[in-house]
Design a protein around this ligand. Structure first.
Ligand SMILES: NC(=O)c1ccc[n+]([C@@H]2O[C@H](COP(=O)([O-])OP(=O)(O)OC[C@H]3O[C@@H](n4cnc5c(N)ncnc54)[C@H](O)[C@@H]3O)[C@@H](O)[C@H]2O)c1
Ligand SMILES: [Zn+2]
Ligand SMILES: [Zn+2]
Length: 345
């Protein structure tokens, strides 16, 4: 089969590799029907994720059809259409038993396209298949479903739920990439009074309006003044960090009101300063998190019910064999306007 193979920092190729096989009784093999590229794949190609070694097939967000099932798989059969989630779960370790699948100690967690071969390929092996896939109803399109593999649960769990968004809140989302935009969608479910999006790119702020932000601010203008003027000088109830830089994290802690909550979603590669000299007196809660995907069934239910409007998220579509061009488009969003790119066979 063909797959997108990591060759070391800056190197990727769409190349012939051996077909995946069931290696463990709990595995299935899927034919990949739709797959997408994540900002994290760009971090890997940038050399920021050293556990990913050359030769690894990338990708952790796909929809596929089961073509082979191990003897220990009980909930799936050949022919089932499934979502392959970015998080795999052994189901028996202490963290899995609490629903913290991202922290799995039994060989799960974020493994696809990281420590085992991923799903940017014609076929993929999915470990712990019963607990790491979700059967899809026919009414959910591949394109909508693939967004459930990572960005929708990440922004909902690590941003909206950790941030504790409540009706009437003023919510600020710093960073309006796919994750920040999905956080806006998730926040809307709780009827906040205001959603403020902050970004450096005008195109991303335009997208934020489409997703439901009522106020947009360029990062280089004065986000603090904008948030203060909306909140009678107090600051925001909930601020979500969806970039992953020291500056944006520090901005988030300056935008929050006393007693408010900062939910960090961004992946950070450098230390950020925690300004305890200002924060200690303000009763602020700061949360961090890797997605667990415990919310995936609920989000799938909302998609089925038409309560999550993902229609603006996929901007580019390619056949699977054009994945090299899809990477090019996805990695230059300022020029291409790309949010999510979806590849189908
Ligand atoms: N916690 C998790 O489980 C998890 C899961 C997936 C992704 N992530 C992380 O979430 C973050 C966002 O992901 P994404 O795919 O949306 O990334 P992205 O790169 O597409 O979007 C980031 C956005 O931030 C904006 N930006 C950059 N610098 C800024 C600044 N100084 N001020 C304001 N905006 C700025 C960019 O213009 C862009 O629109 C990344 O760090 C990603 O690695 C976390
Ligand atoms: Zn991802
Ligand atoms: Zn586990």
């Amino acid at each position: 089969m063909k797959a997108l193979v990591y060759g070391g920092p800056g190197q990727r190729s769409w190349t012939e590799v051996p077909d995946p096989r069931v290696q463990d009784p709990k595995d299935v093999v899927i034919r990949v029907d739709a797959v997408t590229i994540c900002g994290t794949d760009l971090h890997i190609l940038g050399g920021d994720v050293p556990e990913v070694t050359p030769g690894r097939i990338l990708g952790h967000e796909a929809v596929g059809t089961v073509v082979e099932a191990g003897a220990g798989v009980s909930a799936l059969a050949v022919g089932d259409r499934v979502l392959a989630s970015c998080i795999s779960a052994c189901g028996v370790c202490r963290f899995c038993r609490e629903g913290s699948y991202g922290q799995c100690l039994g060989g799960g967690g974020w493994i696809l396209g990281h420590t085992v071969d991923g799903v940017q390929a014609e076929y993929a092996r999915i470990p712990f298949a019963d607990l790491s896939t979700y059967k899809l109803p026919a009414s959910v399109t591949d394109e909508a479903a693939v967004l459930l593999a990572d960005i929708l649960p990440t922004s909902y769990e690590v941003g909206v739920l950790n941030g504790g968004v409540r009706p009437g809140d003023t919510v600020v989302v710093v960073g309006a990439g796919p994750i920040g935009l999905a956080a806006i969608l998730g926040a809307r479910l709780f009827s906040p009074a205001h959603i403020v999006a902050v970004d450096k790119a005008q195109s991303r702020l335009q997208a934020a309006k489409l997703f439901g932000a009522d106020t947009t601010v360029m990062a280089d203008d004065d986000p603090l003044a904008a948030v203060r003027s909306l909140t009678g000088g107090l600051g925001a109830d909930v601020v979500m960090e969806a970039v992953g830089t020291p500056e944006t994290f520090e901005l988030c802690t300056s935008l929050v009101r006393p007693g408010g909550r900062v939910a960090n979603i961004g992946v950070h590669g450098k230390p950020a300063t925690l300004h305890l000299e200002d924060l200690w007196i303000r009763n602020v809660t700061i949360t961090t998190g890797l997605v667990d995907t415990y919310s995936t069934p609920k989000l799938l239910g909302m998609l089925v019910a038409g309560q999550l409007d993902t229609g603006h998220m996929v901007t580019h579509r390619f056949p699977l064999e054009e994945i090299m061009q899809a990477y090019d488009a996805f990695s230059r969003p300022a020029q291409t306007g790309a949010l999510k790119v979806v590849l189908t066979r």
